[in-house]
Design a protein around this ligand. Sequence first.
Ligand SMILES: Nc1ncnc2c1ncn2[C@@H]1O[C@H](COP(=O)(O)OP(=O)(O)OP(=O)(O)O)[C@@H](O)[C@H]1O
Ligand SMILES: [Mg+2]
Length: 321
Amino acid sequence: MSRLHVDHADIARFAEDKVNLPRDKAEEYRAQARRLREKLETYLAEHPDFTLKKMMLSGSLAKGTALRSLNDIDVACYISGASAPREIAALLEYLAERLRKAFPNFSPDQVKPQTYSVTVSFRGTGLDVDVVPILYDGDPQWYGNLVSQDDGTFLKTSIPLHLDFAARRKAAQKTHFAQVVRLAKYWTRLMKRERHGFRFKSFMVEMVLAHLLDEGLDFSDYPEALQHFFTYIARSSFRERIVFSDYYPASTVGRFTEPVQIIDPVNAENNVSRLYTRAQADMIVDAALDAGDAVDSALAAPTKGETVYYWQKVFGSSFQV
Ligand SMILES: Nc1ncnc2c1ncn2[C@@H]1O[C@H](COP(=O)(O)OP(=O)(O)OP(=O)(O)O)[C@@H](O)[C@H]1O
Ligand SMILES: [Mg+2]
């Protein structure tokens, strides 16, 4: 393998410069979410019967896997009580109306129901906060029915356990696991732009990499870790069931009929990739084959120009050394 022109350190530098959300931005956005959460806590202390029980940062900003291109802050909001509507549009109206109550210094038009969430917009700086409802009846591990951002169905899951799951993998290979997740997500962004109909949800990317980590893959060399990621997808045709046993015995996972089967690490009955068709799975396999070939070619290329050319097939023209 020729590492003369582009080595691990070059990929790491590219990640710092172009891929990762800068630390100060991440802190600023987390503080923004924290202020909303605290406002709700203050309101709840004065109105203990209020049905919005908690707001919690979720998604990549909470996990430390956000990209520079992050465009909203994901926050989950736990809604309890029999009076909360089960129908999605009504539930979002209900959530918006109560958020306006809890945040009286926001004007009503700053709190807007979208298709599957409610956005809270800030005047001036900051990103919008995307509030996703979770129907909740007091589970101590914060299991509840999360509104899927893909199709509006209810998914039984636990956000804090997802964060714990991610934290365990991050601790197993400090900085490197989270970095390879971000690099792989960056690749999917390029594929979404270049390949019509391509989809590959961030949460699925993270689960595939968590699976490789559990199998013993060393993430400390980025070209190699990425190559393993692409090879795994190509070799398995993305048809291998992925199961974790952190929170339930793997043997309790039942039969699924969908082509891609990546089972929620916190709910054995939730296939995180249930919406992916065979054709969509095949597009991911094709893209992974091409990316794997590009990495091989990059590592064998004799000149710097050719090496960069091949890495750009993986990361796009923003990749420069
Ligand atoms: N199908 C699902 N089943 C259960 N939980 C899900 C599912 N999809 C998403 N989630 C929850 O929503 C969170 C955000 O998922 P998403 O795929 O948006 O990833 P992300 O880490 O926020 O990445 P991005 O930076 O692209 O927004 C996940 O960490 C998980 O807690
Ligand atoms: Mg997200």
